[in-house]
Design a protein around this ligand. Structure first.
Ligand code: ADP
Ligand code: MG
Length: 405
């Protein structure tokens, strides 16, 4: 299968060739033809498999037809909106469309200029879009294609009301494209309400959270987590590394400690000013700094090349987030490694991740590290647990020997 077979217009085919895309990814093969036909679409596939092009290319194709239609793409985070707009620009660079990029935390001036320019494509985060609509800066009555990207995240972040409001402001006749790495029930309900007889392009997530990523779980007593992180950083050769944390405070604290240990780190989370978020991300993308410490604000959708390692300092609370986080490395078929530090208390979270992946995460230990507890006993694999206790996955287990010191 090649891009030509998918029915895309010559301008797009030429750009795709210039970008060096040799063949469409599976989700692109499934999603592009029905979107070109004008069908609604639910698309899901693991991160890093080209979902953006799966909706952006056929959207641009449709915009190119006479009697141009207009498109709106909604994204959960500012960084993601920026990235989607960049993609529309990149794929549409031979087509002369106007774009507008709307997100919060920055001044209105430039966004107003873009809106006055009659954009063909608007990419936005929900809050700022509603602000603009409230001020009469744009209305959505001409939207013909509505794209909801990273919807699972959008709902997690509490955007359901805003998203619902926005959808209601678009014409019923619109074409609606919903993309997400995972499709939990909340997304199914939204799709039932917002989409009309959608075609589906679903590529199952297997352990292939990215086939090219090798995973490992590093069991460690809670109080030794930071020491183990330092030991790991010494042992691995990384080019660009993202460390994920559960909380903003944790991100700040551990990053400060890392800096005190001579590591060059930038921080990305939603408490920071938008300017600082952008510059942290840009410095990391440009290779000016090798370590990015982040909350899940960076785990969804961001396409950063050359991330050789991802370290989960905390086991993600939602198993889908594991797939998203490690999806930051091993993108577009490059090799990557993902390590998860796990204290015994986090075992139930590990078990639900293993259930989602359908495979146990291999346990690894740092050779020259002096563990306070026997590491092998700390976080048994599902197989060991069920052998020992005759219990399956997903159930709470207690640990044999948790010595107090
Ligand atoms: P997702 O939204 O599924 O997480 P992205 O849309 O961000 O993934 O795409 C991941 C990377 O893959 C991007 O750098 C993109 O340029 C690249 N890419 C997309 N489609 C192809 C393709 N057909 N061939 C090669 N690279 C591609
Ligand atoms: Mg994406």
């Amino acid at each position: 299968m090649n891009f030509k077979d998918l029915g895309l217009c010559p301008e797009l085919l030429q750009t795709i060739e210039e970008l060096g895309y040799e063949e469409p990814t599976p989700v692109q093969v499934k999603a592009i033809p029905p979107i070109i036909e004008g069908r609604d679409m639910v698309g899901s596939a693991q991160t890093g498999t080209g979902k953006t092009a799966a909706f952006a290319l056929p959207t641009l194709h449709r915009l190119a037809k006479p009697g141009a239609c207009r498109a709106l793409a909604l994204a959960p985070t500012r960084e993601l909106a920026i990235q989607i707009e960049e993609n529309f620009r990149k794929y549409g660079n031979q087509m002369g469309f106007n774009m507008a990029l709307l997100y919060g935390g920055v001044k209105y001036g430039k966004q107003l200029d873009q809106l006055r320019n009659n954009p063909d494509v608007v990419v936005a985060t929900p809050g700022r879009l509603l602000d603009h609509i409230g001020q009469g800066n744009l209305d959505l009555s001409n939207i013909e294609i509505l794209i909801l990207d990273e919807v699972d995240r959008m709902l997690d972040m509490g955007f359901i009301e805003d998203v619902t409001k926005i959808i209601q402001k678009t014409p019923r006749s619109r074409q609606t494209l919903l993309f997400s790495a995972t499709i939990p029930d909340s997304v199914v309900r939204l799709a039932d309400w917002a989409l009309d007889n959608p075609a589906e392009a679903k590529i199952d997530i297997k352990i292939s959270a990215a086939d090219t990523v090798s995973h490992a779980l590093y069991p460690v007593p809670a109080i030794q987590k930071f020491d183990l992180l330092i030991a790991l950083l010494k042992n691995i050769e990384f080019e660009n590394l993202i460390i994920f944390f559960q909380t903003r405070r944790g991100t700040d604290k551990i990053s400060r400690w890392l800096t005190e240990h001579g590591q060059d780190v930038r921080v990305l989370h939603s408490d920071l000013k938008q300017r600082d978020r952008m510059s942290a991300l840009q410095d990391f993308k440009d290779g000016k700094v090798k370590i990015l410490s982040a909350t899940d604000v960076a785990s969804r959708g961001l396409d950063i090349t050359n991330v050789t390692h991802v370290i989960n300092y905390d086991v993600p609370q939602h198993s889908e987030d594991y797939v998203h986080r490690i999806g930051r490395t091993g993108r577009a078929r490059t090799e990557g490694e993902a390590f998860t530090l796990c204290k015994p208390e986090e075992l139930p979270l590990v078990q639900s991740i293993e259930k989602l992946l359908g495979n146990p995460l291999p346990r690894k230990f740092v050779d020259d590290f002096s563990y306070r507890d026997s590491p092998a006993e700390m976080v048994p694999t599902g197989a060991e647990v069920s052998k020992k206790r005759n219990r399956g996955f997903g159930k709470q287990v207690s640990f044999g020997s948790r010595r107090r010191r």
